[in-house]
Design a protein around this ligand. Structure first.
Ligand code: BES
Ligand code: ZN
Length: 702
């Protein structure tokens, strides 16, 4: 799925073919000879010929002229602006399409395969039109092209790609309509807003070299939230940033060996190792937010406008941005940001004294410090605040008077501190019931994360696991009672989200009564199941009747073209427990015609979460590593050991894992991931050893 590649799909039994491109980071050279480095900007003229006159031919700029004959159809495109090769793109194939014009007069057209219903293009069109208008004003320079196209492709390695004027997407990241669940809409809105912010930050002004990739991605990763918050305030999207990206960044950044946001790259092969999403995207975005809160939004965006004016159609390094922001700030942005982006990790602050927060043995290099002009207890600081036991107890008593960000910080700090001897895991267990009646879905998101962490201590099938499940059933009962199992007309998005979280917990806890209620909403016509609980309904139905639904759902997965339905079905069948199906599931790992390579990693992760397939999935990976290497792009290969490591919780699996991967530890794409995996697994096994007994004891209280 890099260079120019072929994507296929079936419609009415016939195979259709699309040709598409993915040139970031260094794959334009696979398509045509060029100086394939971001600083080598040039203008490009393109002519594409296809044999099928029904094809759409799309590229960065509008079509200037077409020639049609019996055998051939050619399109010649307008000259591109001065740009980097990694942002060039073209797509050829048959599509449904829909267009609209935004307020600034740009024509936006969205495309999907013929297997889709064209109505799934409307939402992405609307978000694109509105975000372009938003950025035009926010960035002070109007979008410089006449058109913007967006294409949803059936095969796509990443989530989306910001090619100038021709943004490409994985189907699940672009297609949605009025009936899609709110989570799908939020995600589409964020992805579109992310890629469109790159049209300026990335496309108009581009990093000089890949070591400043973070500059592109961190900025886009914070802008997507500004844009979606401005366009869809009812989403309360910043809450998702705090409970999602921020938490993920802090978690990853606490592991010894983790990379810094800014990382040297000397060889193209090293570029692949840069994409630690939790760092380059999430931590980078969190640092940007910290800076924005310190400077004030007004001054920050005044600086950004100046930056685009000064550097349009050129290349920059991080310091070009900091130098301009310095002029708009009363502290040295350059010194502040350069320290934060060049040092891995973050501090924990105890009584105003800082120390690196690190899981596992501290390295000598941990004797570092970070500039902390103002310690704030909102969510903007990339650090932890270590309250003493009594301080924390007071804060919890006063919880109702805190702002939402203060509440989230309190809980996030606590759950991360509980991974160290500073705070015991059993105190988290005792903390959770305090939130039984909590009315904020963001707080429930954190509770769900804490619960996910605690699962670690209760092995599948053990007596303690069933005690833990009983504890959870009890925890969510009154919320489910209050909200009902089925969404109500005109309820708040907040309540819709809480319901999803608490029902998810009830299903994990195998609350038969709730699952029965959910299963009763099942309908073979999925569009008749309420979208907000559809996944849970399908899953519950399957839970009670695996024998009937495994073959049905597998078949349906193969024939469905709806990305949301497909991901729900794949997730559900991957939870099968009986032997006859678990074997089939493992075999699917090598059937790319059924589970597309783009979905393979997710499927593998699902199988690692199912206790009935956990061991055989690892066994499969180790036996089929060369197959995985061949199937997976450079950029994603390290995800396999990475996610495997995050699901290892006993010494036997750790041994299997390291016996296999240690000899590969020198491979550039794997080196860092394996080093982090070692620290992560060691510290997890240590934590299980030290905290399990007391957790079990506390559990018996409930
Ligand atoms: N530019 C990236 C995608 C990319 C990066 C492709 C490097 C190939 C190499 C794009 O802007 C991006 O960040 N996509 C994200 C989705 C985004 C909304 C976080 C992705 O693909 O995960
Ligand atoms: Zn991006």
């Amino acid at each position: 799925m890099v260079g120019a590649y072929i994507s296929t799909y079936a419609i009415e039994g016939k195979e259709e073919t699309i040709v598409a491109t993915q040139f970031e980071s260094h794959y334009a050279r696979e398509c045509f000879p060029c100086i394939d480095e971001p600083a080598a900007k040039a203008t490009f003229d393109l002519k594409i010929t296809t044999s099928d006159s029904d094809d759409e031919i799309i590229a960065n700029t509008p079509v200037k002229a077409v020639e049609k004959s019996v055998e051939n159809y050619s399109a010649t495109f307008e000259t591109t602006p001065k740009m980097s090769t990694y942002l060039l793109a073209f797509v050829v194939g048959k599509f449904h399409k829909k267009s609209l014009k935004n307020q600034h007069g740009v024509t936006i057209t969205s495309y999907c395969s013929l297997a889709q219903d064209p109505k799934v293009l409307d939402f992405a069109n609307e978000v694109a039109a509105r975000s372009l208008d938003y950025y035009d004003d926010k960035f002070g320079i109007p979008y410089p092209l006449k058109k913007l196209d967006q294409v949803a492709l059936p095969d796509f390695e990443a989530g989306a790609m910001e090619n100038w004027g021709l943004v490409t997407y994985r189907e699940s990241c672009m297609l949605a309509d009025a009936t899609s669940p709110i989570d799908v809409k939020k995600n589409v809105a964020l992805v579109v807003a992310h890629e469109l912010s790159h049209q300026w930050f990335g496309d108009l002004v581009t990093m000089k070299w890949w070591d400043d990739l973070w500059l592109n991605e961190s900025f886009a990763s914070v802008m997507e939230y500004f844009a979606v918050d401005a366009l869809y305030p009812e989403y309360e999207i910043w809450e998702d940033f705090f409970t999602g990206d921020c938490l993920a960044a802090l978690r990853r950044d606490s592991l010894p060996g983790v990379q810094a946001v800014q990382q040297d790259v000397n060889d193209p092969a090293e570029i692949a190792t840069l994409f630690d999403g939790a760092i380059v995207y999430a931590k980078g975005a969190h640092l940007m937010l910290m800076l924005i809160r310190l400077m004030g939004e007004k001054r920050f965006f005044a600086g950004i406008k100046e930056y685009f004016k000064a550097f349009q159609y050129q290349n920059t390094i991080g310091n070009d941005l900091w130098d301009i922001l310095n002029k708009h700030s009363d502290f040295s942005v350059k010194k502040f940001m350069n320290t934060w982006i060049s040092q891995p990790g973050f501090p924990v602050i105890t009584d105003e004294v800082q120390q690196r927060f690190s899981l596992g043995p501290s390295e000598t290099s941990d004797n570092v410090s970070w500039p902390l002009p103002k310690i704030s207890d909102d969510m903007s600081g990339h650090y932890l605040i270590n309250l003493s036991g009594p301080e924390f107890a007071d804060a919890i008593k006063n919880f109702g008077n805190l702002s939402l960000e203060q509440r989230l910080r309190l809980l996030i700090d606590r759950m991360l501190l509980a991974k160290t001897p500073l705070v015991s895991s059993s105190s988290l267990l005792d903390l959770i019931p305090e939130f039984k009646n909590e009315a904020s879905s963001a707080v429930w998101d954190i509770i769900a994360s804490i619960i996910a962490d605690l699962k670690l201590f209760f092995p599948a099938g053990s007596e303690y696991e069933s005690n833990f499940k009983a504890f959870l059933k009890n925890l969510v009962a009154s919320q489910i009672q209050k909200l009902g199992v089925i969404p109500r007309k005109n309820e708040s998005l907040n309540n819709t989200n809480i319901r999803k979280v608490v029902l998810g917990i009830a299903c994990y806890a195998e609350d038969a009564e709730i699952m029965k209620q959910l299963a009763d909403f099942y309908d073979d016509d999925f569009s008749r199941i309420n979208p907000e609980i559809r996944d849970l309904v399908i899953d519950s139905k399957f839970y009670f009747d695996e024998d009937r639904f495994f073959p049905l759902f597998l078949k349906r997965y193969q024939s469905s073209s709806d990305p949301e339905e497909r991901s729900a079905l794949l997730f559900t069948i991957s939870r099968a427990k009986s032997n006859k199906y678990t074997e089939q599931l493992i075999n699917l790992l090598k059937q790319p015609k059924i589970v597309r390579p783009q979905d393979h990693l997710h499927f593998y992760i699902y199988l690692r979460r199912n206790y009935a397939t956990k061991a055989s999935a690892l066994d499969w990976l180790l036996k089929n590593w060369s197959y995985v290497e061949k199937m997976t792009g450079e950029k994603s290969i390290e995800d396999y050991p990475r996610y495997t490591a995050s699901s290892i919780r006993d010494a036997d699996e750790a041994k299997l894992f390291f016996d296999f991967f240690t000899p590969l530890a020198e491979t550039p794409v794997l080196a860092r991931t394996l080093k982090i995996a070692r620290a992560e697994i060691d510290s997890r096994l240590e934590l299980i050893k030290s905290d399990t007994k007391s957790l079990e004891k506390h559990l018996s209280k409930y």
